[in-house]
Design a protein around this ligand. Structure first.
Ligand code: CMP
Length: 140
């Protein structure tokens, strides 16, 4: 498997509880390199655009207000098999179903306030990275 990139968001529930460093420690311990990172306040338009695929889901409105409720840290991660590896490090979307040692098992508050987002494919990673980063903001 070649070196690839994935997109990550450390969500408002985690930044609020000062868990940015703890999340990054798990990312780096898994061998993923943080090659782009910035702390932003997501606008409503950004959150609606980013999560557009979920717009018909019952949780969409609540998700948009949660994601705009406080600072987030958007990241580009790079490494061997980065998309699948980061999904392992995050654990299941629902923290009740996440494996021991994963970010969501240790830190998430609920299925919505689940501390982190990670891309589900290399194709979506590219789209998601381009949604938030200019090329010069990524340094590998
Ligand atoms: P994320 O991986 O960022 O993708 C969509 C987000 O919607 C998810 O993490 C959760 O934060 C949120 N969400 C809230 N309720 C649900 C649900 N029932 N199923 C999936 N995602 C949910």
């Amino acid at each position: 498997m070649a070196v690839e990139r994935t997109f990550s968001i450390i969500k408002p529930d985690a930044t609020k509880r000062n868990l940015t460093g703890a999340v990054n420690q798990k990312i780096e311990a898994a061998g993923l390199r943080i090659i782009g990172q910035k702390r932003i306040k997501m606008s409503k338009a950004q959150a609606e655009g980013f999560y557009g695929v979920h717009k018909e889901r019952p949780f969409f409105g609540s998700l948009v207000s949660f994601m705009t409720s406080g600072p987030v840290v958007v990241q580009v991660l790079q490494g061997e098999n980065a998309v699948a590896k980061y999904r392992e490090v995050m654990g299941a979307t629902d923290p009740a179903k996440a494996d021991a040692g994963t970010i969501r098992k240790e830190f998430a508050e609920s299925i919505e306030a689940n501390s982190v987002h990670g891309s589900d494919s290399a194709e979506n990673a590219k789209i998601e990275i381009e949604f938030f980063f200019k090329p010069e903001e990524i340094v590998d």
